[in-house]
Structures are given as C-alpha cells and as structure tokens.
Design a protein around this ligand. Structure first.
Ligand code: NAP
Ligand code: GCO
Length: 263
C-alpha cells in the first residue's frame, strides 16, 4: 500500500472550519482519511461543514472548546462512538493576541496559553489511551516560527508555541514505545485570517510594512498559503514517517534559515 496513504484512518483536526486547519484536513482527506473537526461555535461548524461539502468532503463536525477538558473528553467519546477511534490528531486550534508585554494583562496572557498550549495537552491526553489500545497513533502539533524566535507584542504566543514544541518532544518521548509518533509543524508566515492584520493594504494603497518585511525576510519571497502545509501534514500523518518522532518540521519558505537581505 502507498506509504503516504491514509485510507481507513480517522483524523481529528481541531479548529478546522477554515484557515490552516481546513487546508490540512482537505489534504488528509485527499490521502484517504475520514475528516473530523471541531470549532467553538455551531455556526462555525456549520460553515465548515458547508465548506468541506463544496470540496466534496463529507466531514464530521463537533462543537467543542478545546480548553474545556470535560467537553473534550465528551467530544472524543462521541467521535469514537459515531465515527471511529482517532488515528491522527492535528492540534491546530489557536489564537494570538498582539499586545506589548507590559500592557498585556495576566488574564490575556493566560487566555493565549490556555488555547495554544493547555488545549493541545488536553486533546492529546484524551486521544492517546485509544491510540495505545489500537497499537498506533499520529499526533501533529501546529507550532510556529515563534517556537524558535520572538518578536515585539507576541510574548504569550511565543511562550505558548515554545512550550508546544517541548510538549511535542515530551509526548514523543513518553509514548513512542506504543507506536505513537508525535511531531510538530512550524508554519512560517501564512496568509490566513489570523495574519490578515499584518497584510492590510495601507490608506495610501501600499503594502503593510510588516508584509514588506516578511517578503524581504523570506527566501521564497512570498507569504505561505495554507495549502503549503497539506503535504507536510500528510507525511507526518502517514506510515512514511513511522520513525520520525519528536521533530518540528518548519514549513516557512526558508525564513528561519535566512539572515535577511541587506537593506
Ligand atoms: P485562524 O485563522 O485564526 O483559525 C484558528 C482556528 O482555531 C479557528 O477556526 C478558531 O475558531 C479555532 N479556535 C480558536 N480557539 C478555539 C477554541 N478554544 N476551541 C476550538 N477552536 C478554537 O488561525 P490559522 O492562521 O489558521 O492558524 C491555525 C494554527 O496555526 C494556530 O495554532 C496558529 O497559531 C498556527 N500558526 C499560524 C500561522 C499563520 O501565519 N497563520 C503561522 C504559524 C502557526 P474561532 O473562529 O471560533 O475562534
Ligand atoms: C505574528 C504572526 C506570527 C504567525 C506565525 C509565525 O504576529 O508574528 O501572527 O505569529 O502567526 O506564528 O510562524
């Protein structure tokens, strides 16, 4: 069987009504997986189901706030009863708050940590027992360039994504013996709603300064598209990566490798 095939596999992608999660789910479907996703509001789940249908994908959608452990446990039990045991988990749901650290409240900091770090722990903890029983599992945590680098205004997000990198390595360490591989994908700058404020056209019609900055800093000289993450996700979700564990695969157009063009 093709080592990249996901035929017969059930994939849960969190926060996948749109954006990176949606694109990854579409790629996993095209490799043969059955797609399950959640979002925090029914209207978004419905919107997501319609978007998947437009792509010819009969996805399974659930309303669940990934920071709520009881709700996550209940969702996973429902998925196992209604769809099947989860073979592939993509911890994609995430938020960012761009606020200078000394102006950020502790509550705002905690909110980002809760979604971007605590939730991947909660969801992974909910799916691992069945993966152990089944004898295999794939966990893919969506990290970030900010798992490696900081910048102004994203202290909570960088702290969360740095922690998610180490949580990825720890899950790999603790559960590798059960044939569970846990890896991360570290997207560079991707054109999604989350980064839309960084790409807004200026009143004079020019590109956003940050947009120009990223283009100059990226060897590929472009923002990534969510679809650029599909192939790496299929690789990490498939038998092709059965001996890859605890690795963060950066999908960033080369930005982490590049010092940047001389001004
Ligand atoms: P996005 O467009 O903001 O989508 C995030 C998704 O997560 C939304 O569907 C959102 O649903 C959902 N979500 C947020 N909080 C949730 C919660 N508590 N429970 C369930 N779902 C929740 O973001 P994106 O750009 O696609 O990013 C997806 C992931 O990639 C995130 O982890 C992000 O940190 C990471 N990432 C993004 C980039 C980038 O450049 N875009 C780069 C590196 C990493 P709602 O709409 O209901 O809030
Ligand atoms: C930002 C961006 C980044 C990207 C991504 C980069 O404000 O710097 O939102 O954080 O989302 O995480 O890899």
């Amino acid at each position: 069987m093709n080592m990249f095939s996901l035929n017969g596999k059930v994939a849960l992608v969190t926060g996948a009504s749109y954006g990176i999660g949606f694109a990854i789910a579409c790629a996993l479907h095209d490799a043969g997986a059955t797609i399950v996703f959640n979002d925090i509001k029914q209207e978004l789940v419905d919107k997501g189901l319609a978007s998947y249908k437009e792509k010819g994908i009969e996805a399974h959608g659930y309303v669940c706030d990934v920071t709520d452990e009881a709700a996550v446990q209940e969702m996973v039990a429902k998925i196992e009863a209604e769809v099947g045991v989860i073979d592939i988990l993509v911890n994609n749901a995430g938020i960012i708050k761009r606020i200078p650290m000394c102006e950020m409240t502790a509550e705002q900091f905690r909110q980002v940590i809760d979604v971007d770090l605590n939730a991947p722990f909660i969801v992974a903890k909910a799916v691992i027992p069945s993966m152990i029983k089944k004898g295999h599992g794939k966990i893919i945590n969506i990290c970030s360039m900010m798992s490696e680098l900081g910048r102004e205004t994203v202290s909570a997000y960088a702290a969360a994504k740095g922690g998610l990198k180490m949580l990825t390595k720890n899950i790999a360490s603790e559960y590798g013996e059960y044939n569970i591989q846990c890896n991360g994908i570290g997207p560079g700058y991707i054109a999604t709603p989350q980064t839309a404020p960084l790409r807004e056209i200026q009143p004079d019609g020019s590109r956003h300064p940050f947009d120009q900055f990223i283009i100059a800093k990226t060897p590929a000289a472009r923002w990534g598209e969510a679809e650029d993450l599909g192939g790496p996700a299929v690789f990490l979700a498939s038998d092709a990566s059965n001996f890859v564990n605890g690795h963060i695969l950066y999908v960033d157009g080369g930005i982490l490798a590049y010092i940047g063009k001389q001004p």
